[in-house]
Design a protein around this ligand. Structure first.
Ligand code: AKB
Length: 318
């Protein structure tokens, strides 16, 4: 991995992954691809090259790949689960038509491709606890449908054309840098902002609803380590279960209260997000990732909570 294009570089994952790649691969071109409505700003704009790359425009992708001699594409363009449920056609267009563009350009120009999948690729028929790497994937959301289709399409391009496609199934990602937009797991980010601002948190997910979550530094490491993994050890490609923690709203609330005792929470359940959350696993089994490329998370709920509160206090000047 030397010259890398990040499509969707200004989103929740992209904004941090681009900066990490620029720090770790300083000798290469780490190109921040963006759509005109979401241009890079600040340090993201100043620290390296950026180009307009609309994933639905194959010619644009190919031109940027040629211009910077790109060898690896991080394809992070997607609508998150709750938004995708309201705009299913657009979610498919970006998630699958867009992926097809990326894969075709990569086939022609010999790029490796990372396209994240998600815990949302599982549906209500998968085992809920210790959800295995290889099991039934029958999601009932458009987000999940695009994620399973993306996994299959990426595997097809690896088998049929030898494109080096790799991926992980991300849990809900928690970060103090760029907020997520329209996911089912967003509450686990929003709750920290409320706690640090001294506001009561109105939780849209019902107590007892468990989902896998992960702190962003672990997620970024996973995205880089899977692309650097020795291919001869990989029995799977698209996509690996990865996990670090699983909790319900009351567990994260209790953990934050250990550090901010006056913090309060009430429930006002959002039916759309609740239905999506109930169709997802409680906790994935990530044994294959641990065995095939030595995946190991570094943050548990306590370590993440301490860091989130410290970083948000500095960011929000609280
Ligand atoms: C979402 O909630 O849509 C995402 C995800 C778990 O993939 N954060």
């Amino acid at each position: 991995m030397k010259n890398v294009l990040i499509i969707g570089s200004t989103g929740q994952i992209g904004s941090e992954l681009t900066m990490k790649l620029r720090a770790e691969y300083a000798e290469g071109n780490i190109v921040a691809g963006y759509i005109p409505s979401a241009p890079p700003t600040g340090v993201l704009a100043e620290s390296g090259p950026s180009e307009v790359v609309d994933i639905t425009n194959a010619k644009q992708i190919a031109e940027v790949v040629d211009k910077y001699h790109i060898d690896t594409i991080y394809n992070l363009a997607a609508l998150l689960s709750a938004v995708a449920e309201n705009k299913p056609q657009l979610a498919w267009h970006i998630g699958i038509d867009g992926l097809m563009n990326v894969l075709e350009v990569s086939r022609e120009k010999k790029c490796a491709v990372f396209t994240p999948s998600s815990i949302g690729s599982f549906g209500p028929n998968a085992p809920k606890d210790g959800t295995p790497q290889d099991t039934i994937q029958q999601p009932r959301t458009m987000y999940g449908v695009t994620k399973v289709s993306g996994e299959l399409l990426s595997n097809y391009y690896a088998l049929k054309f030898g494109v080096d496609t790799r991926s992980v199934r991300f849990p809900g990602l928690i970060s103090y840098v760029t907020p997520p937009g329209g996911g089912t797991t967003d509450y686990a980010v929003d709750i920290y902002y409320s706690a640090v601002k001294g506001e009561k948190f109105v939780c849209p997910i019902a107590p007892g609803t468990f989902m896998d979550m992960m702190y962003m530094p672990d997620a970024l490491r996973a995205a880089i380590e899977i692309m650097e993994a020795n291919p001869t050890r990989l029995r799977h490609r698209n996509s690996f279960n990865i996990a670090s923690m699983s909790f319900d709203p009351n567990i994260i609330y209790a953990k934050i209260k250990e550090y901010i005792p006056e913090f309060e929470m009430e429930f006002q359940v959002d039916p759309l997000r609740q239905a999506i959350a109930e169709s997802w696993p409680n906790k994935l089994d990530d044994t294959c990732a641990r065995v095939e490329w030595d995946w190991k998370p570094q943050y548990d709920l306590d370590a993440m909570t301490r860091d989130m509160i410290e970083k948000l206090r500095a960011k929000l000047k609280k």
